[in-house]
Ligand binder design. Structure first.
Ligand SMILES: [Zn+2]
Length: 312
């Protein structure tokens, strides 16, 4: 642990990385767009930005809202698996603590995301993220304050349980934030590069499938590493014709439903019924029209439930 490293220092690092990467990806998605927009930025961004500001405030003011605070707390108290192992004479090398911490935290985030799609109480908060009719950099940050608070406490619990190195916790938070903006950005990466990247990392095309009605928003749960979806059979290969995908939820297609106030109250109001469509928005479990695939290198084209998957 670096003595002079404080939660304030971590905030400055996170802020610099956040604003730097956000600017880069906003420019990238403007220059190399992947899909046409369903709504204008003026219609979506005020609500999304409000949630960004509220989410940042929670991370700043919740006692362990930022993972650096949780890691500093564990070190100050001498608690957590790595500390206990050291006390028992079983020293874990620092490099191993880093690798274990980064992998465990990423798996924990994957598991929380899966749970958010399976447990109704979590889904009504996570639904705010999925109701976005488009997907771009701001979608990566469009999380209801209720979900931010719950997920922050959950991640902090893992950091404290591990007694994770402070800088590893800070790095993980920056990677998570940066990769979320990377894979939500509406930009097109050359297919050959995407195929290599998605062996290990969640790419924009990979994550786009998670937001598609065709997958029931029920596949590709990873934010950083794609290995968890592959290991646990939750992965679908990105389709080449992503412009044809329907992003969002059918009950939330009206502009007024994406105003700042509407997003804040959405978890507490039942979704409107759309008689023309099968409801996707009021339950965490929805059917997936796309066949599961256990390996990213599988090349197949399959027609199922009317949805044709042309593999990217
Ligand atoms: Zn999700």
């Amino acid at each position: 642990m670096i003595p002079e490293f404080t939660a304030e220092t971590a905030d400055q690092w996170r802020g610099a990385v956040f604003f730097g990467l956000a600017a880069v990806f906003i420019v990238a998605e403007s220059l190399f767009p992947d899909r046409p927009r369903a709504m204008t930025r003026r219609q979506r961004w005020p609500g999304n930005f409000l949630l960004v500001v509220l989410g940042g405030a929670i991370a700043r003011f919740l006692p362990v809202g930022a993972l650096a605070g949780a890691a500093l707390f564990a070190h100050a108290q001498g608690i957590g698996a790595f500390h206990w192992l050291t006390s028992a004479g079983i020293g874990v090398p620092v490099w191993a603590q880093w690798i274990i911490s980064l992998l465990v935290l990423d798996f924990a985030v994957w598991a929380f995301h899966l749970a958010a799609h399976r447990i109704p109480f979590l889904w009504v908060f996570h639904r705010v993220h999925h109701a976005d009719p488009d997907i771009d950099v701001t979608t990566a940050l469009r999380f209801h304050p209720g979900e931010i608070a719950l997920s922050s406490l959950y991640k902090a619990g893992f950091v404290i349980f591990l007694g994770a190195p402070v800088l590893a916790a800070v790095l993980f938070e920056m990677i998570l934030n940066g990769l979320a903006m990377f894979n939500h950005a509406n930009w097109r990466i050359p297919p050959r590069i995407d195929r290599i990247l998605r062996l290990f990392v969640v790419t924009p095309a990979f994550h786009r499938m998670h937001h598609a009605m065709e997958t029931g928003h029920n596949r590709n749960f990873g934010f950083c590493l794609s290995i968890w979806d592959q290991l646990f059979g939750q992965m679908v290969v990105p389709t080449a014709d992503r412009a044809a995908l329907q992003i969002g939820l059918p009950e939330y297609r009206a502009t007024r439903q994406h105003s700042p106030l509407a997003l804040l109250v959405q978890p507490f109001v039942p979704p409107p019924r759309d008689p023309s469509q099968k409801s996707l928005g009021d339950g965490p479990l929805r059917s997936c029209a796309v066949p599961l695939c256990s390996a990213p290198w599988s090349a197949f084209t399959k027609v199922e439930s009317g949805f044709r998957l042309n593999v990217l």
